[in-house]
Design a binder for this molecule. Structure first.
Ligand SMILES: [Zn+2]
Length: 703
């Protein structure tokens, strides 16, 4: 995700969007040292530390003290020069061994997948490894000695990977010492080619690191900055200081993923900005489960979990709340919840039971928001509910802070914020035991029994506390930056990501829910999540994730009904005791091995969490495993009763993302109501305060 709280980033992105939408200047990616890091290769600092360790004591005349000083000053080419001058064979041997080919880890695969969405890809790289060209076989590889070829390739729109540095296959060119740099910058061919690229293209520095800043500094020292970088605009995706004024900086978030792969969001951003690109398909930002070990409720290694982010039982479609609270600036109006209303949901049938069945069949654990506790209890009935709790299959997650949209009373533009406690009583979190006893009441005369059940429930409830720490509202703003999100939600260009217009509060809340779901799954190591109507397309655009062809829904449906499109909820409604069969199936060997298989597919798919999208399962489960699981469940179901198959439609239509249309229609209605109340006509300046006519800016995107 890109950093929406940084004004420079927001301005840079608007310019980038304009360039990408226009499509007249080729986009050239300057792929820097960061991408080698994703491959697990050492940084220059690590490399020089390694050299120092090896040279010190082994090579006569090596000045260890000086090396340490140079490392601390980040004067890496000087150290390389020093080592090479002292013992060239040793130096080359060490460099070669540090850059041996290796298999691409998760982060690198993601990088390559993200690049796949950009066609034709023109890449200039300062990386010495050969992973980029080997992963892009259709691209022409241009070596440094041959760099002027790039001009021709750009004109012909032929994709290329141009190597500014040397390559590991030719060890003498791998690393640049001071003298190598001087020779490079003095080479007129080299400078002319770069000047051409900067003059006629838009360059985007990606994976920018110290290695690149060297090149840039040296280049701009030689040529004057303006002379070299041409008309632009050019962009640098980095959180570091850049030092070249004419480059526009784009910063990104590292709160969810510290490995800098969030920088890749810029590729999704470009794709979404291009007119022909409607949906995002870049894999990006599936959060890593770093701090998991110490957190209660974390999915144990080798186990799988499914988060039903929003349990919607039949008949409950009014799902938002508005409260008024006292704040520093006077009275604050707060909206939270998802804000679904009947008219937005094309199918009135609840998916709650189906979701639960999917979770129980396919995953070791089913996570539910704590707010769904009473709903879940009433949905399956008390007996079954407690059986599920006893079986250890259900885990409730209580969000200590809820995301809401806050407005100073009467204001049109508000902001996203965390609401602690979710009530006007104040920012004190309510303890779990108390929450449980608020949600569920003991039947008359059963107090003691209920108390012990409540205690057990407490053990299966975990509290998510990190919303404030990772600043979820700001992550939502980052999602709002993405062009596809603006389009899906109907946000006009006059609205900045830091502004939450009143008429758009429901779309903002939906998006907030999805971002929160991603953060929760990250925290607990949950591999897959069920998101509400319209959520798949929004998640895909916000996180840049591709919705997958195969979904856990279908697999569970097959296992239970022998058919990929069954509404399992309808079967459960017909006979709730089927839930017991599912529990029995879970305990059986077939059930166990089926869940392992789902887990394997998920792992093969992404290694980690499939960022908030319904369990994306690209490859199918081996047919024999599926068949065995189906037979087993069928046998359990038919043990003492006749079964009636209800092949109701459970398909894409119900999860259809056409539902974002309803979101826009609702927002449009709200906007027009707000304007009417203020006697503002379509030709008057809009209520957003931009000074633009309502008819021209905020209204059209909602159609
Ligand atoms: Zn407006």
């Amino acid at each position: 995700m890109l950093n929406a709280d940084d004004p420079e980033t927001v301005i840079s992105l608007r310019r980038l969007r304009a360039v990408a939408a226009e499509g007249t200047r080729p986009l050239v990616f300057w792929i820097g040292a960061g991408s080698s890091r994703w491959l697990g290769y050492p940084s220059w600092e690590e490399l020089t530390r390694g050299l120092r360790k090896d040279f010190s004591g082994n090579v006569a005349g090596f000045d260890n003290q000086q090396a340490l000083v140079l490392i601390s000053q980040q004067k890496f080419p000087t150290i390389f020069q020093m080592c090479r001058d002292l013992d060239e064979p040793r130096y080359h041997r060490l460099i070669a061994s540090a850059f041996l080919p290796r298999t691409a880890p998760e982060a690198y695969r993601k990088f390559i997948e993200s690049l796949a969405g950009i066609e034709p890809l023109f890449a200039v790289t300062t990386n010495v490894d050969e992973a980029l060209e080997s992963h892009r076989p259709a691209s022409v590889t241009v070596q440094r000695s041959d760099l002027s070829r790039c001009i021709e390739l750009l004109q012909k729109k032929t994709p290329f990977v141009a190597k500014l540095h040397g390559s590991t296959s030719s060890v003498k060119t791998t690393i640049f010492t001071i003298s190598d740099y001087q020779a490079l910058v003095a080479d007129p061919n080299y400078i002319q080619t770069l000047k051409y690229i900067f003059a006629s293209c838009t360059v985007i520095f990606l994976g920018y690191g110290v290695r690149d800043s060297y090149v840039i500094r040296l280049l701009s020292e030689d040529a004057s900055e303006r002379d070299l970088f041409g008309p632009g605009p050019h962009f640098v995706v980095t959180n570091e200081a850049v030092g070249v004024k004419s480059l526009h900086r784009i910063r990104y978030e590292t709160r969810l993923r510290p490995d800098h792969t969030a920088a890749l969001s810029v590729l999704a951003y470009i794709r979404q900005s291009r007119p022909e690109q409607v949906t995002a398909a870049i894999v990006e930002e599936h959060p890593v489960n770093d701090s998991a070990v110490a957190v209660l409720g974390v999915v144990p290694p080798g186990k799988t979990a499914y988060y039903i982010s929003d349990l919607m039982p039949p008949g409950t479609w009014q799902t938002s709340q508005e409260i008024t609270a006292k704040g520093g600036a006077g009275e604050i109006e707060v909206s939270f919840g998802l804000g679904f209303t009947n008219d937005e949901i094309p199918f009135r049938q609840s998916t709650a039971l189906h979701d639960l069945a999917v979770g129980l069949i396919c995953f070791d654990f089913v996570y539910l928001p704590f707010s769904a506790l009473a709903l879940a209890h009433d949905l399956v009935g008390a007996d079954l509910f407690w059986e599920l709790v006893h079986s250890g299959s259900l885990i409730f997650v209580h969000n200590e802070a809820q995301l809401g949209v806050l407005f100073v009373k009467g204001e049109i533009i508000g902001d996203l914020g965390n609401i602690i406690g979710g009530s006007p009583e104040g920012p004190t979190p309510v303890p779990v035991p108390q929450l449980i006893r608020r949600a569920l009441k003991a039947a008359p005369g059963k107090d003691a029994q209920a108390e012990s059940l409540f205690d057990e429930l407490e053990r299966w409830t975990t509290v998510y506390k990190r919303a404030v720490e990772i600043n979820l509202p700001s992550l939502v703003r980052s999602a709002l930056l993405m062009p596809a999100i603006s389009k899906l939600l109907g946000i006009g260009d006059a609205i900045l990501p830091t502004q939450a217009p009143r008429w758009l509060r429901f779309p903002y809340l939906r998006l907030a829910h999805l971002v929160q779901t991603g953060a929760l799954c990250n925290e607990y190591g949950i591999q897959a999540a069920k998101v509400p109507f319209g959520g798949i397309q929004l998640t895909s655009a916000a996180f840049g994730v591709l919705p997958k062809e195969w979904q856990a829904d279908h697999l569970a449906s097959y296992v239970a009904a022998g058919n990929f499109n069954s509404d399992l909820g309808a079967r459960l409604l017909q006979d709730m005791s089927i839930t017991r069969k599912i529990l029995k199936f879970r305990e059986s060997n077939h059930g166990e091995s089926f869940r392992r298989e789902v887990g394997h597919v998920l792992a093969a798919e992404n290694g980690q969490f499939n960022a908030s999208v319904n369990a994306g399962l690209k490859q199918t489960i081996p047919p024999e495993v599926l068949q065995r699981a189906h037979d087993q469940l069928l046998r359990l179901m038919t043990e003492n009763r006749r079964i009636t198959v209800v092949p109701a439609v459970w398909g894409d239509a119900r999860q259809s993302d056409a539902t974002t249309r309803y979101l826009r229609a609702k927002s449009q209605k709200l906007l027009l109501e707000l304007c009417e109340a203020r006697a503002i006509g379509k030709n008057d300046p809009c209520i957003c305060g931009s000074g633009e006519k309502l008819r021209l800016f905020c209204l059209p995107p909602l159609r």
